[in-house]
Design a protein around this ligand. Structure first.
Ligand code: ADP
Ligand code: MG
Length: 461
């Protein structure tokens, strides 16, 4: 039975909803997606989707290639499902099948463009993640400038090799790495570039070991001019992957190839990564991406609505920029949600609508951090027992984390000093004042400690 025949689709269509309704839900969903992601993304990915059938709580869609299927599954499937569910709540899953239909032609040129010239190693690039679409502000200007310089250079840059980008989730690390790759692929395509996550690096390595292809694996990596490995914190605790990563890293640097690495924390804070690797990672330029500011958030929202070609009152954008502070991914998600909600319900986009649509998100952005959470997180981070946070043991490896926890309790909660003292095994408020001063002074001179404290703040918030 051919799943592509429209008559077969009738049979599969949800019995509660007639086929015409299914088709029109799909049309509306497509329009929403086009609006949410913009023309370029729509044409590169979502436009390939064909509605096949819906029934038994499932929608079946097809795409012409496995590659497009994977990309859509990772990036857009959840959204497609939730848009569909907002019209038909009997649907609970989405299945995407690869069906090579006659008549669908994958534009060879585009297809090459969205992969890149190191097909086997590299992951696909998100067409939205370009330098042009990256809004620059104080928190990310160093990282942006460093990334741009690497993209524009025809050789590796001595002082920036590796470029180590770090920052909390959703602040633009992956975006910048894709932007470097796009720039090189489109503009100075003589250089061979590969972008992949540390997880994929490990997967490739293990596959090569299993297939006894390890020489091919080594050769492939060593032939790259610009190698970018995303989320390198993933290799922590994975010894043989670290070993191979280290060799690849050294071999490339020795040959003057450019490396760009990202992580959610600074090199020295990469627990579970060998010291020699941590130190090597910090040899080049370490550029952090800081928490967003109101101005940057507003700038990003403005650029986003411009790209979507929609008009949203500036009051609403300001409301979002003011209230969604966690990260840019969440900010974009919030905007998309408000836009989708307004068009699905035919309502104007107003601050009230935004407030209603985002009530859960707004609550979590105002999340009050408790002293309990701080103590747990700090103990976990410094790998000490929770009980040692309250204890009176005075060894340095315990007293420093304890002081950090006290400092965080002071700056992240509204609790009084005596209250904080009580939460730390009944200590006097002067002990808390001392701890706060101590950490304030130390973070000015000890970059590692400052990084640790920053990472903790990000995690807790
Ligand atoms: P990370 O890799 O740091 O977790 P991403 O690069 O995936 O974060 O960014 C999350 C989302 O935020 C992406 O959709 C990205 O395009 C967007 N984003 C991040 N920083 C910016 C920026 N400065 N300008 C525009 N969009 C941004
Ligand atoms: Mg990322």
């Amino acid at each position: 039975m051919s799943l592509t025949s429209p008559r077969v689709a009738n049979v599969f269509c949800n019995h509660i909803i007639a086929i015409d309704d299914c088709n029109s839900i799909w049309k509306r969903t497509q329009n929403q997606l086009r609006m949410l992601y913009g023309e370029a993304v729509f044409n590169s990915w979502i436009g390939f989707l064909k509605f096949i059938s819906s029934g038994n709580g499932e929608i079946l869609l097809s795409v012409p290639t496995k590659f497009i299927k994977e990309w859509i599954s990772i990036h857009y499937a959840d959204k497609i499902l939730s848009l569909w569910q907002s019209e038909d709540d009997t649907i609970h899953s989405l299945d995407i099948r690869v069906i090579k239909e006659e008549g669908i032609i994958v534009d060879k040129k585009d297809y090459k463009n969205i992969t890149n010239n190191c097909d086997n190693l590299s992951s696909p690039l998100d067409p939205r993640f370009t330098f042009d679409n990256f809004v620059v502000g104080k928190p990310n200007e160093l990282a942006f400038a460093a990334a741009k310089r690497i993209a524009e250079s025809s050789t590796s840059i001595a002082g920036s090799n590796p470029l180590f980008l770090y920052g909390g989730v959703g602040l633009g690390k992956t975006h910048l790495m894709h932007a470097i790759a796009w720039y090189i692929v489109n503009i100075s395509s003589k250089r061979k570039v590969a972008y992949l996550s540390a997880e994929k690096f490990m997967y490739q390595y293990i596959t090569a070991l299993r297939n006894k292809d390890i020489m091919v694996f080594k050769e492939q990596f060593r032939s790259i001019d610009v190698l970018m490995i995303d989320d390198v914190q993933f290799i922590s605790g994975k010894d043989s992957t670290q070993e191979e990563f280290f060799h690849t890293f050294n071999a490339l640097i020795d040959q003057n190839k450019q490396l760009v690495i990202s992580a959610d924390r600074s090199p020295s804070s990469l627990n579970g990564v060998e010291d020699r690797i941590k130190s090597r990672l910090g040899w080049g330029l370490v550029a952090d991406i800081n928490e967003t500011t109101f101005e940057l958030r507003l700038g990003i929202l403005q650029s986003k609505v411009e790209n979507m070609g929609i008009d949203i009152p500036s009051k609403v954008l300001e409301f979002l920029a003011k209230n969604i502070k966690s990260n840019i991914r969440e900010l974009e998600g919030a905007l998309n949600k408000v836009v989708a909600h307004s068009s699905l319900n035919g309502k104007n986009v107003t601050v009230e609508l935004a407030r209603d649509t985002l009530s859960d998100l707004l609550r979590s952005n105002y999340k009050v951090v408790s002293i309990d959470e701080i103590q747990k997180k700090v103990a976990e981070f410094f790998k000490i027992k929770l009980s040692d946070i309250y204890s009176t043991k005075r060894t340095r490896n315990l007293s420093r984390p304890r002081q950090v926890a006290m400092y965080l309790a002071k700056i992240l909660t509204q609790k009084s000093l005596p209250d904080i003292g009580r939460s730390f095994g009944g200590r006097d408020h002067t002990t808390i004042i001392h701890a706060v001063k101590q950490i304030e002074n130390l973070i000015k001179v000890d970059a590692d400690l400052a990084n640790d404290v920053n990472s903790l703040i990000k995690m807790l918030r």
